[in-house]
Ligand binder design. Structure first.
Ligand SMILES: [Mg+2]
Length: 277
C-alpha cells in the first residue's frame, strides 16, 4: 500500500491569485490602520500587506504570521480570527470568474489513473488550512479524490504535517473505513506489508487481527517547492517535485527530490516517477 500526498498550489492548480487576494483582503479588513499608516511601524499603506512575502511551500499560518510580524502587529490570538476572514474572502474570490485559475497540465489524468489503481491511496499535504484547501479544489471537482490529508490548520510547521497525514490514514484504515472512494476495503481483512495488495487476496496468517500500519517510507509527497521536498525527506518519505509552481526544474534538482519533472503532462512518466510498483 502506498500513500501519495499532493500539495495544492503550484502542484495541482493555480488559483489565479485567489489565495493571495483573499489574504490581502483579510489583512486590510482586520487591520484597517495599516492602510493609513497609523501604526507607524513597518511598511505602510502602499502596495499590498503581503508584498515581498514568498508564499510557496509555507503554511497559511506561517504566511500570516510573517506578514503581521513585518508590519509590527502582534499575532497573539489573532490567527483564528484572521483565518475566518480569509475563508470568507477566499469564497468570494473563487466565485469570481478568472481564466488564470486552472489545473496544472496532466493533473486530472494523473489523479484519475491513481484513483483506480489498487494499492494506492491519495491524500493532501498542503500548507492551506483545510477549509481553504477545499474551497480551492471545489471548482475543479477534486475534493472527492482526497478524503483526508494534513493541512496548514494542523500545524504552522509544514515539516510536521507528514506524520499527521500518516496517522489520519492509519486510523481510518484501522477502523475499516474506506480511505478512498470506490475502494472496497474489508475491515476484517488481514494485510501485511510485502503482500500483493493489488491481487486483492484475503490473506490469512498467524498475525490475525493485526494490520500493518503505513510508515513514511510508504509515502510519496508530490509538490512544487523545496519545502515540499524537505517535509518528505525529513521523515524518510519519497518525493517527486514538479516545476509548475514558483521554482524551476533546475532549482528543484538542487533539492533531495527523488524525481523532478517539468509537469505532470506525461501521465506514464509521472506514474513511473512515483515508483508505485
Ligand atoms: Mg505549492
Amino acid at each position: 500500500m502506498k500513500l501519495v500526498l499532493f500539495d495544492i498550489d503550484g502542484t495541482l492548480l493555480d488559483s489565479g491569485g485567489a489565495g493571495s487576494m483573499a489574504l490581502n483582503a483579510a489583512f486590510r479588513e482586520l487591520f484597517p490602520a495599516w492602510e493609513t499608516g497609523l501604526r507607524g511601524t513597518g511598511s505602510r499603506g502602499t502596495g499590498s500587506p503581503f508584498d515581498g512575502i514568498r508564499m510557496g511551500g509555507k503554511t497559511d499560518t506561517e504566511i500570516v504570521m510573517e506578514a503581521m510580524n513585518k508590519h509590527g502587529i502582534e499575532a497573539d490570538g489573532k490567527i483564528p480570527v484572521f483565518m475566518d476572514a480569509y475563508v470568507r474572502h477566499l469564497k468570494v474570490q473563487i466565485g469570481i470568474f478568472n481564466p488564470a485559475r486552472r489545473l496544472k497540465p496532466g493533473v486530472r489524468e494523473a489523479l484519475n489513473a491513481l484513483d483506480i489503481m489498487e494499492g494506492v491511496a491519495l491524500g493532501l499535504l498542503t500548507g492551506n488550512i483545510e477549509e481553504g484547501a477545499r474551497i480551492k479544489l471545489e471548482p475543479f471537482g477534486l475534493n472527492g479524490y482526497f478524503p483526508l490529508g494534513a493541512f496548514g490548520s494542523d500545524s504552522a510547521d509544514r515539516n510536521s504535517l507528514l506524520p499527521v497525514a500518516l496517522e489520519r490514514f492509519n486510523q481510518n484504515w484501522q477502523s475499516g473505513q474506506n480511505w478512498q472512494s470506490g475502494q472496497n476495503w474489508q475491515s476484517g481483512q488481514n494485510w501485511q506489508s510485502g503482500q500483493n495488495w493489488q491481487s486483492g487476496q484475503n490473506w490469512q496468517s498467524g498475525r490475525a487481527g493485526k494490520k500493518q500500519k503505513l510508515t513514511p517510507s510508504d509515502c510519496i509527497v508530490v509538490g512544487d517547492t523545496p519545502r515540499d521536498v524537505e517535509c518528505a525527506k525529513i521523515h524518510g518519505a519519497h518525493s517527486v517535485a514538479v516545476a509548475t509552481g514558483g521554482y524551476t526544474a533546475a532549482e528543484l534538482l538542487n533539492t533531495e527530490a527523488d524525481h523532478v519533472l517539468e509537469d505532470m503532462g506525461d501521465t506514464g512518466l509521472f506514474l513511473n516517477c512515483l515508483e508505485l510498483v
